[in-house]
Design a protein around this ligand. Structure first.
Ligand code: GDP
Ligand code: IMO
Ligand code: MG
Length: 422
């Protein structure tokens, strides 16, 4: 398998967790390279459901090493809870998890500022997960962030945190929010730091040594292409590089060591939070929600839904260099009579074959659709390409071709077994 980067090709929640779980079988190490606990990656093993937020989904397979890379922002209190939760479910978390000493730390003032800024924005809010992601990456870029290496050193934590709390309390007061108690935050974070210390290492050196031994790496993307800080629908994005390039900067593994990019996309489109979504459609949303699907894994919010947008996925192929496609949730369209696929956008007299950079223009775009006949049969029991209804195969082929990459995997249900290799 060599080194594979897996990215979301849409607006997040494409089913990356499920596909990571499937691909982990052939990997030695799974690396998270961006984002924080704004992510929610769902994996079903048998009837048991696991939702991973910061810990790579590879943790659920025995004998695999999981790395939280330098590009991640980690809320340590939350990470401790996640580790304890996994252990309670019988999942081994010990020397199979390593956390980068240069990953940045999310503090309560980041979460508070995240919430306050959303309130200030009013109707222009982003609809963030309120996990403090934007302010934490902001501090990283402003060079005032604390890293995991600081967290596990009590003296340094004390000094740096005191300084940061002072400044942030001024800001919080100005916003009319409650200031934070240094004593309380220090105690909580020092305890989390002590708990996490055995997991902390220089992950860049670790990954390079692993590659020298011939290990295969699998990079677990979080969020999706259109939530990327550079390539997404700015400002309605997250604050990291979620696209394939982020796997290099977020792990320290250079571009020429990457062998393959897998793009995960749903057979339709969803988005949680605000921002443009050209193919959004109330009927599609009502149908999927009535099936009990498309509620956020992190915040429980109902996801916005729409038809498959091949202008967007083609763009994702371009910026990520997607080689292989994994299409998930095909079964969500099982009962649709006529399926629409967006092939271009219209904005006044202009026709777009790519995603315009201006979020305002994108919000005003009307999708140009082609229609394909639905298969009107359950697909969730199909075990092979041949067992899929011909119209389902035609649909998959069409969306892969329009997206400009090779169809490699079709997923027809949340379980490992409901995966068809094409
Ligand atoms: P991620 O963030 O990309 O890992 O995706 P989420 O876990 O947030 O959301 C994807 C949802 O789709 C989860 O509830 C998965 O269990 C579910 N899922 C993934 N693939 C399939 C599929 O092929 N069919 C069905 N029915 N559900 C799927
Ligand atoms: P996974 O990895 C879907 C969205 C939020 C919001 C925007 C910014 O599970 O696919 P943030 O809290 O990051 O500042 O929010 O990004 N968002 C996601 N949407 N899946 C995710 O992760 C997301 N992580 C962030 O809803 O619109
Ligand atoms: Mg998710």
């Amino acid at each position: 398998m060599a080194n594979t980067i897996l990215v979301g090709a849409q607006w997040g929640d494409e089913g990356k967790g499920k596909i990571i779980d499937v691909l982990t079988e052939n990997a030695d190490i799974v690396v998270r390279y961006a984002g924080g606990n704004n992510a929610g990656h769902t994996v079903f093993i048998g009837k048991r459901k696991y939702v991973l937020h910061l810990v790579p989904s590879g943790i659920l397979r025995k004998g695999k090493l999981c790395v939280i890379g330098n590009g991640v922002v980690a809320d340590p209190v939350n990470l401790v809870e996640e580790i304890q939760g996994l252990r309670k479910l019988g999942v081994k978390v010990g020397d199979n998890l390593v956390v980068s000493e240069t990953a940045h730390v999310v503090f309560p003032y980041h979460r508070e500022l995240d919430s306050q800024r959303e309130v200030l924005k009013g109707k222009n809010k982003i609809g963030t997960t309120k996990r403090g992601i934007g302010p934490a990456y902001g501090d990283k870029a402003a060079r005032v962030g604390l890293r995991v290496g600081d967290l596990i050193n009590p003296e340094r934590l004390k000094e740096k945190l005191a300084f940061r709390i002072k400044e942030n309390n001024e800001v919080l007061r100005a916003l009319g929010a409650k200031p934070l108690s240094f004593k309380k935050v220090f105690a909580e974070y020092n305890t989390a730091g002590k708990y996490l210390k055995p997991f902390v290492a220089n992950t860049v050196v670790l990954l390079h040594e692993a590659m020298q031994r011939g290990n295969n790496l699998l990079f677990e993307g979080a969020q999706g292409t259109f939530l990327d800080i550079d390539h997404g629908t700015y400002p309605f994005v997250t604050s990291s590089n979620t696209t394939a390039g982020g796997a290099c900067t977020g792990s320290g593994v250079p571009p020429h060591r990457m062998d393959r990019v897998v793009g995960v996309m749903k057979a339709y489109t969803t988005r949680v939070g605000e921002g443009p979504l050209p193919t959004e459609n109330a009927e599609v949303a009502d149908m999927l929600h009535a099936m009990g699907r498309e509620f956020g894994a992190t915040t429980g919010r109902a996801r916005r839904c729409g038809w498959f947008d091949s202008v967007a996925t083609r763009h994702a192929t371009m910026v990520n260099g997607i080689d292989d496609l994994a299409v998930t949730n095909l079964d969500g369209l099982d009962m649709v009579e006529t399926i629409k696929v967006c092939v271009a956008y219209r904005h006044g007299r202009t026709r777009y074959d790519f995603v315009p950079n201006d979020a305002q223009i994108l919000a005003e775009c009307e999708p140009v659709y082609v229609e394909l006949g639905g298969w009107r049969r359950p697909t969730s029991k199909a075990k092979s390409w041949k067992q899929l209804p011909p119209k389902a195969r035609a649909y998959l082929k069409a969306i892969a071709e329009l997206s400009g990459a090779k169809l490699a995997i079709a997923s027809v249900g949340p379980a490992r077994e409901q995966t068809i290799f094409v």
